[in-house]
Design a protein around this ligand. Structure first.
Ligand code: ADP
Length: 163
């Protein structure tokens, strides 16, 4: 499928989805006609939730965004983009420390598939927020309600109680 500049992909681990991610999806939806949120299977990352669970939580928490589609994928992000006709990858950038890695990945993805990367600066409300921080806080009984939607909070509590 020929890539379209009006279709974008937000790739990530989303283990689990946070308000920081949701802010980026909402803003991407204002910029693009169709936004794919794509969960990658990453065997090297020790995930708390399975890919299917992450997809399910993304479906529930993005139900109000009418131009979002949720999927999972293995392999290269540029191949996912080409398969779905998306010409742009959207990434949220929290701090300068995110930037070196993001820049390398953007240059690699442009070189491999001619896919552009657009960086959206994080909402300052969420600049310190990451899935791993949320998991740490929840693990020790801290309140994560300012950082994740209620459905994610209850799944976190349930999962961490089992472990
Ligand atoms: P990855 O393993 O690709 O870093 P993440 O799920 O951590 O996957 O992040 C997916 C995307 O969401 C990335 O572009 C990341 O920079 C962005 N992101 C993560 N947390 C935030 C946040 N608090 N604010 C804005 N963007 C964020």
């Amino acid at each position: 499928m020929k890539p379209e500049a009006r279709h974008a992909v937000c790739p990530g681990s989303f283990d689990p989805v946070t308000y920081g991610h949701l802010d980026i999806f909402g803003r991407a939806c204002q910029l693009y006609d169709e936004v794919w949120v794509a969960v990658f299977h990453n065997a090297s990352k020790n995930a708390l939730f399975s890919v299917e669970e992450r997809v399910e939580l993304l479906r529930e928490t993005t139900a109000d965004l009418t131009n979002v589609k949720i999927a999972s994928f293995q392999g290269l992000t540029v191949d996912f983009c080409q398969k779905h006709g998306a010409g742009v990858i959207v990434r949220g950038v929290r701090a300068a420390s995110d930037f070196d890695y993001e820049l390398q990945m953007a240059q690699m993805n442009y070189g491999m598939g001619g896919i552009e990367t657009v960086f959206i600066p994080t909402n300052p409300l969420y600049s310190f927020l990451s899935s791993s921080m949320v998991k740490d806080v929840a693990k020790w009984g801290g309140d994560v309600s300012p950082h994740v939607p209620p459905v994610v909070q209850s799944r976190l509590i349930e999962r961490l109680r089992q472990d």
